[in-house]
Design a protein around this ligand. Sequence first.
Ligand SMILES: [Mn+2]
Length: 395
Amino acid sequence: MRPIIFFHVIKTHNLGLFLLVVFFCVTFATVFELRNMLKRVITPQEVAIAKKDFGECRNVVIVCHTSPDGDAIGSSLGLYEYLKRKGKQVTVIVPNYFPDFLHWMKDADKILRFDRQKTASYAALKLADLICCLDFNDMRRIDELGIAVGRMHCKRLLIDHHLDPDRKQFGHIISHPEMSSTSELLFRLIDAMEDTKNLTFAAAEDLYAGIATDTGFLSFNSNDPDLFVIISELLKKGIDKDRINRNIQNNYSADRLKFIGYVLYEKLQVFPELHASLFAIKKEELTQFHYMKGDMEGVVNMPLQIKGHKLSIALREDTERPLIRVSTRSVDDLPCNEFCEQFFNGGGHKNAAGGTLECSMEEAVDIAMKALEAWRDRLADDANAAPNPNVDSKP
Ligand SMILES: [Mn+2]
């Protein structure tokens, strides 16, 4: 139809005009549907940084924090998939071991371990024109790998959700501590670049795994409605979230289950008036249950199942170095990162934080007990634990 006749029809027929309006509305709604559904938290400057860095690079190295968790590996492999799809040469390097329950991810076997594959890691680092630093805020969090990264003269881009990144160490910084996970941040960044079409099925699996592990399968840090929009978009890529949840959660040894039983039955000290608890595990006990790295994952969350509980503290003797690893979890507004900063040379997120102590286990327990005592006022406050008078507690 020639344009003149087309517009003539529209002018003279209300139906034509109506259809034209409908056509534009549908097109507009489809293109802008997702973009309008997510809050615009990624700034135009951040979009420009990412577009430039991802556009100009050819050889990329992605690094994440020591003892990588689901978010570190998920966001790293998610970005790896995305950049490979854009035609880049990409290598993921992790500082050390990552748990078996993350090995199902596509290309997890191609990840280099810096502590074991130094030659290959250095070769990739020397070739890199961009190093992406994911899920940590300070090179000291990646140990020796941080020193190697620091020596390279190429661009360094940080994409992370931890508080207070050390700005001197990175050239470009995309930091959003308000986000549940680096994986969520990465999805938002790619969405803000209007490029989610280049998120593959495998990338969607990786990002979902990252969000799921950093939010305890959407049980904490996950009240932002946007998170569910993002997961819905990942589901549209065809991922099977139930299978991913099973891959991550049900992948332990029988020894680990018995170890949990032992910790809860023999080791857990509960302080009901403080709504807090503490357990301390020595090296011999870890050996007794054939401890594998990753076996302690989630155990510190368990005491929070006690009604009214606010704070859980876990102390564990490191298997390689002479120090005590402290892990804490809290609920609502109780900031366990402040607790860890104050007493355990550490920090982290409001409800999940950790630290280290260089002392004997006996001394570490003593420090933890004193810390609990120092926070008595904040812990003993019964506001959250008040019994509901409308509930009959008798069976
Ligand atoms: Mn994370």
